[in-house]
Design a protein around this ligand. Structure first.
Ligand SMILES: [Zn+2]
Length: 66
């Protein structure tokens, strides 16, 4: 996919207005390729969906209203 190729050379494209917090780290989705991203100490990186998953909340729009 072309978007992935651009991201691998230029880096992912972050929309700061779409960043949210999952109770562990900041998360967003790349505007260009749609990859799930997580903010690590060194910067944004791809999130595989497995690490510490039980501690993380889903995106606010996917949370059930109490
Ligand atoms: Zn990307």
């Amino acid at each position: 996919m072309f978007a992935k190729l651009v991201c691998s050379t230029m880096g992912h494209q972050i929309n700061r207005h779409r960043v949210w917090h999952d109770s562990v780290d900041y998360r967003t989705r790349c505007e260009r390729c749609g990859s799930e991203l997580i903010r690590a100490a060194e910067g944004w990186r791809e999130y595989d969906g497995a690490e510490q998953a039980e501690e993380r909340l889903p995106h606010p729009r996917e949370r059930k209203q109490a």
